[in-house]
Design a protein around this ligand. Structure first.
Ligand code: GP9
Ligand code: MN
Length: 430
């Protein structure tokens, strides 16, 4: 019942981090264009194979003076993979412990998601673009619960024989076909484009990517650099469009990696390519590889590489504050990455966690700088116990919100509950 909400509100209210005045509202009224980089890990940035940059476009984008990127940003997904990442970014609540929240609760639960908040607070329209099957991860229902006005699924894209990937259509074709829909959206809009080419098994033809094979004996790893390179080229083409159309000037573009592409059991094969010794590789190293990109680009944005520790749960309050919308009234488990009050304890879905100093995996505590296991002094033990408790609390309260559908009992100030039935995604705009 609704009394279960009390500890949740107590937690989220006391955990709230006030905006950073030098960023708050700097993107006010801008379109928001989110690019979901499928299976994209941070180590791809700056990485070379045979002397060639895997992601030359992203490497140059993050060096631009009006690009703000994060170097210690982690994915926090569980079994729901892409859908968990989407859930965290849209709601700043965690995915569930044992599956995909989108799939199991996405139709029935009450959401207070980014599209609805932005529409009600700042007049934004919203749309998702994904070249795959509309119902994958139950998106056709969840997007309605989140308040998305439009959902351009695979039905809206050309799918001739040579265009399709396993989960959608090739990123370059996707990026080329999206503008004809994007241009119909009423501004300001909140638009999310979900890429799919860089997905396991990372197969791509020679014609689509002439990037060199990494030469390991693992075809998945070799393919990963080739599909990531292709995605990087697709991004370059899309940014060219944004510039040429003038959209770049009034848009905040946000790019993020949803989760790992290379699973832990392959990391010792990957290690030499990253300049690491496979013989000493361990669980600490696996955890460090869970970094994914988070990049904001907007003309006039105060740029740079920010080393704050954070994760996907923190994106929505960060974004809302950039748009000049205070997040304090919402049930959100993350905190603004740019706030001086930001909580930099990063919870993984399995209750392990990373802080700016330590990586804590079960009962093992590693020093982030040396990668060495630490012997626990009483003082360190107390610090770790406090952080572990905080991680456990936020995950279990978020699980309560999800599993008990608690947001149906909570209407934030001025919030109009979303009626999913008011949306119909079968009609084309044109
Ligand atoms: C399909 C794509 C794949 O739309 O999102 O999902 P994943 O397998 O990464 O969860
Ligand atoms: Mn994914």
């Amino acid at each position: 019942d609704s009394s279960n909400l009390d500890p949740v509100l107590q937690y989220t209210r006391s955990h709230y981090a006030a905006p950073n005045a030098s960023y708050f509202g700097t993107a006010k009224g801008k379109n928001v264009i989110i690019i979901h980089l499928e299976s994209f890990q941070q180590f791809l940035i700056g990485q070379k194979i045979d002397g060639q940059e895997v992601t030359p476009f992203l490497n140059s984008l993050i060096k631009e003076k009006d690009t703000l990127s994060f170097s210690n940003f982690f994915h926090q997904v569980g079994l729901g993979k892409t859908s968990d990442a989407e859930n965290m970014l849209e709601t700043s609540t965690f995915g569930i412990a044992n599956g995909s929240l989108f799939s199991s609760l996405g139709t029935e639960n009450t959401f207070e998601g980014a599209p609805a908040i932005l529409n009600q607070r700042a007049g934004y329209t919203s749309a998702v673009f994904h070249g795959g099957s509309a119902s994958f991860w139950n998106r056709d229902n969840v997007y309605k619960s989140l308040g998305y006005n439009d959902y351009f699924s695979g039905n809206f894209y050309n799918h001739d024989e040579k265009a399709a990937t396993e989960y959608g259509i090739k990123d370059k074709l996707m990026m080329a076909e999206t503008p004809k829909y994007l241009e119909h959206l009423q501004q300001p809009f909140y638009a999310k484009i979900i890429t799919t080419s860089n997905h396991n098994p990372f197969y791509i033809t020679q014609a689509d990517s002439d990037f060199p094979d990494a030469g390991t004996d693992d075809a998945t790893i070799n393919g990963y650099f080739r599909t990531a390179h292709y995605l990087d080229e697709a991004l370059k083409e899309f940014f060219n469009y944004l510039k040429a159309s003038g959209l770049e000037k009034n848009s905040l573009v946000m790019l993020y990696g949803d989760h790992f592409g290379i699973s832990n059991d392959r990391n010792t094969t990957l290690a030499p390519l990253l300049g690491k010794d496979p013989s000493t590789w361990n669980a600490f190293d696996d955890a460090q590889l869970q970094r994914v990109p988070l990049i904001f680009h907007m003309p006039g944005l105060k740029g740079g590489v920010n080393s704050t520790y954070g994760g996907e749960i923190d994106v929505l309050p960060t974004l809302l504050h950039l748009l000049g919308i205070d997040s304090s009234r919402y049930v959100q488990f993350g905190t603004d990455l740019l706030s001086s009050q930001h909580d930099s304890v990063v919870a993984f879905r399995n209750h392990n966690f990373v802080t700016s100093k330590y990586t804590v995996l079960g009962s093992k505590v590693y020093d982030n700088t040396t990668g060495k296991l630490l012997t626990l002094t009483p003082a360190l033990e107390a610090t770790i116990a406090k952080d572990q408790k905080s991680v456990d609390t936020r995950l279990s309260l978020s699980d309560d919100v999800a599993n008990r559908n608690l947001l149906r009992f909570y209407v934030p100030l001025g919030f109009k509950p979303v009626n999913p039935n008011q949306y119909d995604y079968n009609q084309s705009l044109s």
